[in-house]
Design a protein around this ligand. Structure first.
Ligand code: F0G
Length: 470
């Protein structure tokens, strides 16, 4: 049996369709274009086959049977079952041949309690679902296993994406596993070295364009028109299907008792759309009894969704020129904004924006809980603090933050933070010094003597005696 081979080929194909989110035209499965042929808007996967005479069923099973089957698979050595995405394949579009699945055993990410972050935010029950614990270090892997598998099924030799770094790292890895070539367009000088080095290591053809992410997206759209290349950005509806499973896995872990709030960072808005879609589908299938509120947090300098909601009530996108040190979400014209608006409205969630200093502080607080994440993920905690202050999130409500990227994705940010250089020469310098200095732990250069180290230890114990030394 090959690495990705499945012994699950007996499985009934899931009855799914591609449908336009604007005009409801049915799209062609396996087509190269990921947009509606009628009106050009985005497509989504829908499951008319779930609606059976016996009520809502996925893969022919009711909610109780699905829960039991998914749980049983956790002890299976089958590659599909080991994947935290394909374990839930009854609610995913089916491949013609399950042997086409490309999996790096993505998903199965931990849910952590965040006690000191909870105190900082003013909520009693705060958790983090850490999607940065995926194989390439970000949540993108859960979507990429699905989209790359459909790309291979479609016979594409080349896949491509524009990226702020994580999508490209993930796409390059899955393309390599699938024996496909990959083309990456990234904004020159605006993605972290960690992410760039991953794309190179996995063998992608990597182009740094002299523009921003939105400019890369425009160029890529044209390249895809002209060349036989399959687009793996999150406008690809199969990506979002894979990304749905983060929410399913979360609810399974919580014994199907929904938290009151789920908070996600917003960039191109694929992830919030995917998690929201999962929540709505789980409710429809009877897997959960009520919907958590899904809220989206953006950086102040890349706040297209926040402005869209506040200034147009979600009716018309207000693109912005994006500026933020959280490079992963430095996006001015989010492609999936309509899908995100729909899930905000359906779940009763909200939007909020946070400053650069608030992001830096929140990232250090998540680090201090022994978890760590990249700056874009930390907007969730920074945003939560504001939502608590506004009374949108109550002290006794349970909250899950979706952390999207691993701490090691952006070590430069962390080092600059601790050295006190992050805001040097910027308008935030004074504010940052006041707010962040208690959290800064610059590395020290010492003589190679035990005396020198003991002195440091004694000083550290006096200045921060929170925990016993033992
Ligand atoms: N967090 C991280 C770490 C990301 O890499 C991204 C997006 C987001 C949050 C936002 O998610 O776009 O679905 O709203 N990164 C993309 C990329 C754009 O190219 O890696 P979103």
């Amino acid at each position: 049996m090959t690495d990705h081979a499945a012994s699950a080929s007996k499985l009934e194909p899931g009855v799914s369709q591609l449908r336009c989110i604007a005009c409801a035209a049915v799209g062609e499965s396996g087509a190269k274009s990921v947009r509606c042929a009628q009106c050009g808007d985005l497509l989504e996967v829908v499951f008319p086959g779930w609606n059976t005479s016996a009520g809502m069923r996925a893969g022919g099973l009711d909610a109780a049977a699905l829960k039991q089957l998914w749980l049983q698979r956790r002890t299976s050595p089958n590659a599909l079952d080991e994947s935290g995405v394909w374990r839930f394949r009854e609610i995913l579009p089916a491949l013609n041949d399950w042997n086409q699945v490309i999996t790096l055993r993505e998903g199965n990410t931990p849910l952590y309690q965040l006690p000191s972050c909870g105190r900082a935010a003013g909520v009693e029950r705060l958790f983090a679902k850490h999607q940065g614990m995926n194989p390439t270090g970000s949540f993108k892997d859960t979507g990429m296993t699905a989209a790359a598998s459909f790309a291979r099924q479609g016979g594409f030799r080349w896949v491509a994406c524009a990226s702020t770094g994580n999508t490209s790292a993930s796409m390059a890895a899955y393309a390599a596993r699938a024996g496909m070539r990959s083309l990456v367009l990234i904004p020159q000088g605006q993605i972290t070295w960690g992410k760039l080095s991953q794309a190179l290591d996995y063998g992608a053809v990597t182009c740094q364009l002299k523009t921003d992410f939105d400019g890369c997206m425009r160029v890529l759209d044209e390249v895809v028109e002209r060349m036989p290349v399959y687009l793996l950005n999150s406008v690809n509806p199969y990506r979002l299907e894979g990304q749905k499973t983060a929410a399913v896995e979360l609810l399974e872990r919580l014994d199907w008792q929904p938290p009151d709030h789920i908070i996600v960072p917003g960039g191109n808005l694929g992830n919030s759309s995917a998690i929201g879609k999962a929540l709505l589908e789980m409710k429809e299938l009877g897997l959960i009894a009520r919907l958590p509120k899904l809220s989206v947090i953006q950086a102040e300098g890349a706040n297209a969704l926040v402005r869209t909601m506040r200034e147009t009530g979600g009716k018309k996108l207000i693109p912005v020129h994006a500026e933020t040190m959280a490079t992963a979400i430095k996006i001015g014209s989010p492609a999936s904004w309509k899908k995100a608006v729909r899930v905000l409205e359906a779940t009763g969630g909200t939007v909020e924006q946070v400053s650069e200093v608030e992001i830096a502080l929140a990232k250090a607080e998540i680090g201090a809980d022994g978890i760590g994440c990249e700056p874009a993920s930390a907007v969730t905690l920074a945003g939560l603090k504001k939502l608590v202050q506004q009374g949108f999130v109550k002290k006794n409500e349970s909250v899950v933050l979706i952390l999207t990227g691993n701490l090691l994705k952006d070590p430069d940010f962390t080092l600059k933070f601790h050295r006190g250089d992050l805001f040097a020469g910027t308008e935030h310098e004074e504010e940052a010094a006041a707010v962040l200095s208690p959290r800064q732990r610059a590395p020290m250069v010492l003589d190679a003597s035990a005396n020198a180290v003991v002195k440091v230890l004694e000083y550290a114990e006096q200045s921060d005696p929170r925990r016993p030394l033992s």
